[in-house]
Design a protein around this ligand. Sequence first.
Ligand SMILES: Nc1ncnc2c1ncn2[C@@H]1O[C@H](COP(=O)(O)OP(=O)(O)OP(=O)(O)O)[C@@H](O)[C@H]1O
Ligand SMILES: [Mg+2]
Length: 313
Amino acid sequence: MIQVENLTKYYGQTPAIKGLTFTVQKGEILGFLGPNGAGKTTTMRILSCFMPASKGKATVAGFDVFEDSLEVRKRVGYQPENVPLYNDMSTSAYLSFVAEIKGVHRKERKRNIEKVMDECGITDVSHKLIGKLSKGYRQRIGIAQALINDPDVLILDEPTIGLDPGQIREIRGLIKNLAGRRTIILSTHILPEASMICQRVIIINEGKLIAVDTPDNLVTSFQTDSRVLLEIEGPPEDIMKELKGIDGVVNIEKKDPISEGAFTYFVDSTLARDVRKDLFITISKNGWILTQMHTIDMSLEDIFLKLVTEEKA
Ligand SMILES: Nc1ncnc2c1ncn2[C@@H]1O[C@H](COP(=O)(O)OP(=O)(O)OP(=O)(O)O)[C@@H](O)[C@H]1O
Ligand SMILES: [Mg+2]
């Protein structure tokens, strides 16, 4: 549905994205991950014909974003980082205004507006002034305006930013429901969110693509250590020293005390060696009390930090 090849953008002399290449399949939800300034918004702006690239090529449904931008615009709905909402307009008046700008045929406007208000759960505020609505509702209106011309592709720049946990959950549910018939690209700083809603994620850093895969595959292919959580009652210095000496252990971190004399420890070891038996034997041999032991899978967040820090190094 979307093909991006060697896409590059300079702002003046400074490159914001450098030779990005990726594809997005029809009906897929693709997540854009990257630290501040990575180039997420820049890429999204190019794909939604907001501004041209300096080099490279991008097509949406076979149409070039630069050469056939009218055709692309018809097929893409874009929710920018800050949706320009008009506070003194009612929800329905604003959507009608956007529909007109986007060239939605007069006859279809009313039906489209009702449909997107229903899809985005804003029918009950259709007559309210936008300025009086909560952030969650405003965010929904931002998504609704992107949907107004019934686009095949939806590009959402940080759709859950600044929302409370309840609202975040609702917006995530909304995005999932919108997928399938539509292809969605979204950017986020919330990594568990990407694992939850995206089929694939792209990690970009300083304008370069550093990884693209399903969240699960990223975790399995970049996981180098395995991690065990322990809760032990006993003298922390001795515990750290003894456990560090176990063959295969590469790192130990002590966390805050859980109760008097008991701490949580994270023990990292090489994937090739299961150190749990040795941990147990060492702890019991020293007469310390083990109250908990379990393995922890690396999260997308761990992988992200690892990849981004490695790039920097
Ligand atoms: N209009 C502009 N003029 C000049 N430089 C810009 C402009 N917009 C962005 N940049 C620069 O381009 C780079 C990429 O910015 P971009 O906004 O695409 O990052 P981002 O990944 O969306 O970051 P964030 O997570 O903070 O939203 C940054 O170094 C930024 O300073
Ligand atoms: Mg951005």
